[in-house]
Design a protein around this ligand. Sequence first.
Ligand code: SF4
Length: 529
Amino acid sequence: MKEQLLLGAEAVAVAAIDAGISGVYAYPGTPSTEITEYIQKSKEARERKVRCRWSANEKTAYEAALGMSYAGKRSMVCMKHVGLNVAADAFINSAITGINGGMVVVVADDPSMHSSQNEQDTRVYGKFAFLPLMEPSNQQEVYESVQYAFEMSETVKLPVLLRVTTRLSHSRAIVKRTEIKAQNALNPDTDKRKWILLPAIARMRYSNLLSAQSELVKLSESSKFNRVVEGTGSKGVIAFGIAFNYVMEVKQTQNLDIPVLKVSQYPLPEKQIKEFIDKYDEILIAEEGYPVYEEFLRGFSDNKKLRGRLDGTLPRMGELSPDAMAKALGVAGIQPKAIPSVVVSRPPELCKGCSHRDLFEELNAVLSGYEQKHVFGDIGCYTLGALKPYEAINTCVDMGASVTMAKGAADAGLHPAVAVIGDSTFTHSGITGLLDCVNDKSAVTIIISDNSTTAMTGGQDSAGTNKLFDICKGIGVDEKHIRTLIPLKSNLEENIAALKEEFEYQGVSVILATRECVQVAARNKKAKK
Ligand code: SF4
């Protein structure tokens, strides 16, 4: 049995290769990016011709993975938690169609919002879609859960969700691998009554999905991933996913003899949970993310036995920690080691020499001549333009929202209505907003800061590289108002003049601010040596 030191994210990748996947589909997003990157670099994946390029967004990734499953092969789709909002349409409907080849949906949640707009909990989506979900508590279990999830997916004919959180995805441990499995043969599903969601068929499929729930609960009841760690005393803990690790760390370091029910497979093992709750006088519910199952188990009657995030026994927000867990269990926390002085908290900033710096300088210079100085921003490195010294953007809501918010503000009479969006974010979700602007002839200026990469997540390919002019022209932007500029100090005056002209244009204009990300440029140069 091979052993490897792996990040949790890498353990997902290795497990999927060993489970015989034929394709992984994803859009980069912290903390899920390393899954696809590992498969892209894997010799084993290459030898088996596993499809692994980046997709334009999470919805296209999800649908392609579903298509591969339709063809009978095993597929995986990966994203960060907010990416599931983008893929939600396909995700919810795939629970109705079901699958053919095994399909695993990996979603990496980011409690504490280390690099995200919110800390939503994917387990809510699992319940919402009535799909089975795995929530492993350590790297070895990540590996085993992925393999189990592929088998389960083909048994129950449904996609299976795998939820990991930042700390698990980004920490390393030894993982034992099993033998690599053969890939499925091409075997397209011929059952049209399953895949065509006309209302009559969809109603039948939905009824099947609801009927399958009791079977899914039975699987959870007998799952090796849901088990009791025995202990004495009148107080017990129900620990979900990675929260189990925090509980066990405190239990072991403080010699606590408490019983713990570990839950890593959903839907909930109802009988097991009921028996556990009945047995003890007080139960701590330890879950990372929303108090999803605490709320569920408390119900409307507000079960007085239960403690957790709702009554403040554990903090309502953010990641859990051994210290928070120790306090909740009534013992002193583990004294953290002193933080070395080099590890000081540093506010994030744009890299020295980044093209966004020059762009924001130009933008601020132009806007200083206007009464209205509102710029709609988006998700990417350029979001840092909201901070000092630039303070050049006013909004950052979700992928693509800069374009559509600028449009709405222009419709309301705001002038100039300016959006700043990156090249990768533009192809992810900005294109359709630009089409709305063109159709409405809105007076907007969309600045696409094109650094030929998806910089914020580490420099992955961008779907629009070398195609942005043609895309904008093809959508219907007048080519006289698609201007290319190179944001460099030496071009300052020229660029300011171009921006001023387009701000004054009473229609749709696009500025392509084009200069390669300096980090990617340095990496490429080194690779060529
Ligand atoms: S990674 Fe690239 S795009 Fe991001 S701040 Fe640094 S230079 Fe700019």
